[in-house]
Ligand binder design. Structure first.
Ligand code: H2U
Ligand code: ZN
Length: 359
């Protein structure tokens, strides 16, 4: 089979297939790198609810913070009280009148509780990850680690999801650099799919899926983008988004909380260099959703887990032309034209010094 013809690729982390149509990427394209007109961001924005000293939408005031700043989300998706929810959910399932079928499998609901926090990366309103200094990004990583430990240590918490939505295109509510952390009483769907695939692989092969995958990719090289002594960023063989990347820890560490001081520095370094390449691609602050996948905090051992992060950026051809997951993607399966190999080659060829900082 030639990877130049339409073909399907399997994502071994989720068991889901993707359609790749490389011949379509050869379509002539006359567009140039369009940049949307944008006002430079202020260093401090008096109207921003995340800037130091400002009042948030819900009336609470931020302290005059100097590094990272964490607060409980004023509009959390999960709440810690779940007793009333449990009672309300018990009423969702209609009781069947005999001899009706048992409908409980069609109206399944479970209580969900949790805690949602927001992490501001820096007091600076105008700087995102690739523009922050190495010590500043290390402080962000350490904050994610502390929060993972704190939320993960709470009785209710089975999983801690660290994620960042960046850019209006991804629904981020504010350009002030920030991420979110949700601790939940359940393991969410995406990590749960991965955990079962990683567990299944370990039972079958006696090794870790991501350790094996990383060795294969580092030997092959065509999908690699950037690396240092502790982390590698690559375009996964099964990437769906045009410039999707996977950031994998070299050591078989299960969680952010397992990282050594050197690995924290390595993670900060790779985050800065990967996101600088992203911004350099179309000379724009590159939008994405990213997040870490790590071991559940359910007090059971997880030898199959291997810390990694996914970056899902929507841009395709320029600062404004994006990939939409519609049509065939919604009704059938994800599809892409640009191959992950070509995307990796483009990103690999760029400087990892941010264009605003003289790259
Ligand atoms: P996003 O940009 O990823 O949406 O994250 C911002 C979060 O900040 C969002 O979840 C919260 C929103 O609920 N928020 C507050 O907690 N307080 C505010 O004053 C505004 C926004
Ligand atoms: Zn701000």
């Amino acid at each position: 089979m030639s990877l130049d013809s339409p073909h399907r690729r399997l994502n071994p982390l989720t068991g889901e297939w993707l359609l790749v149509s490389p011949h379509r990427a050869r379509r002539p394209w006359l567009g140039q790198v369009e940049k949307p007109p944008s006002e430079p961001l202020l260093v401090y924005d008096p109207a921003c609810y995340l800037c130091p000293g400002n009042e948030r939408a819900a009336g609470r005031r931020n302290p005059a913070y100097k590094s990272t700043f964490v607060f409980d989300n004023d509009y959390p998706a999960l709440l810690l009280e779940d007793i009333e929810t449990m009672q309300a959910l018990a009423d969702v399932v209609p009781s069947p009148a005999p001899p009706s079928p048992n409908l409980s499998s069609l109206f399944k609901a479970q209580p969900a509780s949790g805690l949602c926090r927001v992490v501001c990366f820096s007091p600076r309103h105008d700087l995102s990850l690739p523009e922050l200094s190495q010590p500043e990004v290390e402080a962000v990583v350490r904050t994610w680690i502390e929060q993972t430990a704190e939320l993960g240590g709470m009785d209710f918490c089975k999983y801690v999801q660290v994620f960042e939505n960046k850019g209006a295109m991804m629904g981020a509510s504010n350009p002030h650099p920030h991420s979110q952390i949700w601790g939940s009483s359940y393991i969410p769907t995406e990590p749960a799919k991965e955990h079962s695939a990683l567990g299944e692989y370990m039972r079958r092969e006696g090794s870790c899926l991501l350790c094996d995958y990383l060795v294969a990719e580092r030997a092959n090289g065509e999908r690699l983008i950037a690396s240092n002594a502790h982390f590698t960023a690559l375009a996964p063989f099964w990437a769906i988004w045009p410039f999707e990347t996977l950031l994998v820890a070299h050591r078989h560490a299960a969680s952010l909380t397992d990282l050594s001081v050197e690995e924290v520095a390595g993670l900060a370094d790779i985050l800065r260099r990967l996101t600088a390449r992203y911004d350099n691609l179309f000379e724009v602050s590159f939008p994405y959703s990213m997040g870490f996948h790590q071991a559940p905090t359910d007090s059971t051992p997880h030898p199959e887990l291997h810390l990694h992060a996914h970056f899902y950026p929507p841009l395709l051809r320029s600062a404004t032309v994006r990939k939409f997951m519609v049509g065939y993607e919604m009704l059938a399966m994800p599809q892409r034209d640009l191959t992950p190999e070509s995307a990796a080659e483009r990103l690999r060829g760029l400087s990892d010094v941010h264009y605003q900082l003289g790259g």
